[in-house]
Design a protein around this ligand. Structure first.
Ligand SMILES: [Zn+2]
Length: 469
């Protein structure tokens, strides 16, 4: 869905951070939007002629606000919104082992409610485009991928779901229980079908599909290699978890005799059409391989902190020329799931490890905007505020108690409290106004997600009773 073609929206009086090629900023400027595209950006008020082009004109007073590109989230598992707060003090492998059986009980209806909650909160925290990595496909679960797509259409976000998968169950030396894995043939057929049904490569696209086997310890090498061939035949992007924890490094050393990056390189999984979630445990040789191949990294600092996974070497990645974006990661390992807060977390994490100049506030915001767009291969259409691009824009209110008086609006956004959103536009259409969702009923979404959590908690209790635990 988008704004009507003849509708003009004129935003005047706010500070603007464009993230264009020159990184232009305006202390007070204007943005003009016609239909779903940005048609003018500049200093001072919009020219009087801007209003003449449209059948209807809406004016928005941006004074006291900061205008940025809509934020782009490059790693998430939306369904996890309904399984937050479990295994709260565990390692990744412990956390996964506790949660796999819970996720196995989720069906399409539950996934849709959970995804609506997660997407709604992403929008409320400045996100206009998100990816999703769904890799649990219970046999009796119905169309769970379709459920996430339906939820994204309801909330109104631009969406890049990836068809995830697991084919390496515990009986074959993998981490997940056999009940949540599929066969390689089933996975490849379902992935091909998802691309044919949903993938829209057009410039105005609201939905692009990617291919995403889950991780080295839940997927066979044969599936990784065949999934890469499928993705490249279809011209879609590729995503997987990699080098998240020291346990994974040890797993790859013992099973494959190499590092995680060497392992996926041997399976065709490096390239400028690939982005990897986490990339925490990378040695210098791995960073050089990612840089040489244009492989990107979705940095998820809050999740890495929550699971004690370690600190991603973001300044080293950037210095080497590796594309980097930000991800909130699944809500079960990152209960806050706030994308604007992830910008702050990225800056603070980099500085805590590497000193005060390790990541500037503007570079941190860059990761969440044009950086994320580049990771998704969407930088020609989104990620910056400039004429010709799609109208995905966040308008942050900075003149209230938490932010009023902070000297630099970018520092206010990145280092201050998460500001209220005056307006969030996706494809020229308001999704958030005055810090509330306008596309779906927030209270109903919260109640629906809570009901799913309660059903899953009941399921866990019943299963434990059956197992005599
Ligand atoms: Zn993840």
């Amino acid at each position: 869905m988008s704004a009507p073609e003849g509708q003009v929206l004129i935003l005047d009086g706010g500070a603007i951070v464009t993230m264009d090629a020159h990184r232009s900023e305006y202390a007070s400027g204007h943005v003009v939007i016609t239909g779903n595209r940005i048609t003018a950006v500049g200093a001072g008020p919009a020219p009087a002629s801007a209003a003449a082009a449209g059948d209807s004109v809406r004016r928005i007073d941006g004074s006291g606000c900061l205008v940025t590109p809509g934020l782009v989230n490059t790693h998430h598992h939306l369904y996890q919104w309904a399984t937050r707060g479990m295994a709260a003090d565990a390692t990744l492998f412990e956390w996964l082992t506790e949660l796999y059986p819970v996720w196995a009980a989720m069906d399409a209806e539950m996934v849709q409610a959970a995804a609506t909650g997660a997407l709604g909160w992403l929008a409320r925290t400045g996100c206009t485009t998100t990816m999703d990595h769904h890799y649990v496909f219970p046999r009796a679960g119905g169309d769970v991928l379709g459920a996430t797509i339906s939820a994204a259409a309801d909330v109104g976000l631009r969406f890049h779901p990836t068809r995830g998968s697991m084919d390496l169950g515990a009986s074959s030396g993998g981490l997940p229980p056999d009940a949540v894995v599929e066969s390689r043939d089933e996975i490849l057929a379902a992935t091909q079908a998802a691309i044919e049904e949903f993938h829209d490569p057009s410039p105005d696209s609201m939905l692009r599909i990617g291919v995403a086997p889950c991780s080295p310890f839940s997927v066979t090498g044969a599936l990784m290699a065949e999934a890469a061939e499928l993705a490249r035949r279809a011209g879609v992007r590729m995503h997987t978890h990699l080098a998240e924890t020291a346990d994974e490094t040890q797993y790859c050393a013992e099973r494959f005799g190499c590092t995680p990056v060497q392992y996926v390189e041997s399976l065709g999984w490096l390239g400028d059409d690939v982005w990897l979630a986490h990339g925490v445990h990378l040695d210098d040789a791995a960073i050089a391989s990612l840089a040489a191949t244009g492989t990107g990294v979705a940095h998820c600092p809050s999740s890495n902190g929550r699971l004690g996974a370690g600190v991603c070497r973001v300044p080293d990645l950037l210095a080497a020329g590796v594309p980097v974006g930000l991800g909130v990661d699944g809500a079960a390992s990152q209960e806050a799931s706030s994308l604007v807060s992830e910008v702050r977390q990225a800056a603070l994490t980099a500085r805590a490890a590497g000193g005060p100049r390790a990541l500037s506030v503007r570079r941190a915001l860059e990761l969440a905007t044009i950086g994320g767009a580049s990771l998704l291969g969407w930088q020609d259409q989104i990620g910056s505020v400039e004429p010709g691009k799609l109208a995905d824009i966040a308008v942050w209110r900075l003149d209230r108690l938490p932010h009023a008086g902070i000297a630099d609006p970018v520092a206010a956004l990145v280092l201050g409290s998460p500001p209220p959103l005056e307006l969030l536009l996706v494809n020229g259409r308001p999704v958030v106004e005055h810090d509330r969702l306008v596309t779906v009923d927030e209270d109903a979404a919260a109640a629906a997600a809570q009901a799913v959590s309660a059903r899953l908690a009941g399921h866990v209790t019943a299963e434990r009773a059956r197992a005599g635990q």
